[in-house]
Write a new protein. Structure first.
Length: 310
């Protein structure tokens, strides 16, 4: 009855001219931070508990980390499914337990292959491939995360998983056994495992020496801001200006505006009649506010995910 004290409190805040932050902010994650560290920092800056990110980056990695705040967190499940693009450093002649340079060295071998041989080896890793998840990963087996087992010195059998490498390009040679790769891949791809496997195919071993994500959830580095810039904007009382509206993520879907009757039905969780071609739409209310992502089929619009405040 009445929505409870929490809901009344939110209404009271809005009545005093204060709004709860809602939107997407694209962070250029610094090295040494976990993705959850970034979320915790933004939770403090925006004073909003509802914060989530789309696509974990390891602490050593930098680059695009889309973070969703407030009601926009409802879009995370869609953003997590999208492909990503990286600039990756491949170091040949080195094998570590984490498959990157932060791990314990297991083997060091001489590197005799030429750049042309490296380029030729990449061909086998384009398209749909199978990857064995690394032990130092958050994949769960038997209810335990693999990295928890790895830290105890245990190794378990892992089944190969299908992933897709949409693009794999050798950009330049940066050292005797070092190369810079551009990788565009599906959700669930481990770039460090890719480097490990390329090294294994060349017979000298390989590991990931650096990683920078250049695109995730359809957002690139051109939209990314540094954490220190977010903090500076917050100190000026302007942090919310950095937030993109949640419908920006669904910008590739056509938009339509409904009337009061349809808005009322949508807010009650009901489908409503609408004329148009079948497909997915961004649905806006008569006042211009983004209501929901909807699916129109045979003249009926149903809600896929709602985004209006309740």
């Amino acid at each position: 009855m009445g929505g409870g004290p929490g809901r009344r409190f939110r209404r009271d805040l809005k009545g005093k001219g204060e709004r709860m932050p809602n939107g997407i902010i694209i962070i250029d994650k610094p090295a040494g931070w976990t993705s959850m560290d970034v979320c915790a920092k933004l939770r403090g800056i925006f004073h909003e508990k509802r914060v989530g990110h789309a696509g974990t980056l390891d602490p050593m990695a930098t680059g695009v980390l889309p973070v969703f705040l407030g009601r926009a967190t409802r879009a995370v499940e869609f953003a997590e499914q999208t492909g990503k693009e990286y600039l990756a450093g491949l170091r040949l002649g080195l094998v570590t337990d984490t498959q990157d340079v932060t791990g314990r060295v297991l083997e060091e071998r001489p590197v005799t292959c030429a750049p042309a041989e490296v380029e030729a080896a990449l061909a086998a890793f384009r398209g749909e491939i199978l990857q064995v998840p690394p032990m130092y990963s958050a994949v769960k087996i038997g209810g335990k995360k693999l990295y928890e087992l790895a830290r105890k010195g245990r190794e378990v059998e892992r089944k190969p998983r299908p992933v897709t490498i949409h693009a794999l390009e050798l950009l330049e040679r940066t050292g005797a056994g070092d190369y810079l790769l551009r990788v565009r891949c599906s959700k669930g791809t481990y770039v460090r495992t890719l480097c490990h496997d390329v090294g294994a195919a060349l017979g000298c071993g390989g590991t990931l020496s650096a990683l920078r994500r250049t695109e995730a959830a359809g957002f690139g580095l051109d939209r990314a801001v540094r954490l220190e810039d977010v903090q500076a904007a917050a100190d000026r009382g302007e942090a919310e200006r950095l937030l993109l509206p949640v419908d920006a993520y669904f910008r590739d879907h056509p938009a339509l505006t409904v009337g009061l009757r349809e808005e009322r039905a949508a807010r009650n969780g009901a489908a409503f009649p609408w004329r148009g071609a079948d497909g997915t739409y961004r649905v806006y209310g008569p006042a211009g506010d983004f209501l929901l992502l909807g699916e129109l089929e045979r003249g009926r619009m149903r809600t896929v995910k709602s985004f209006y405040e309740v």
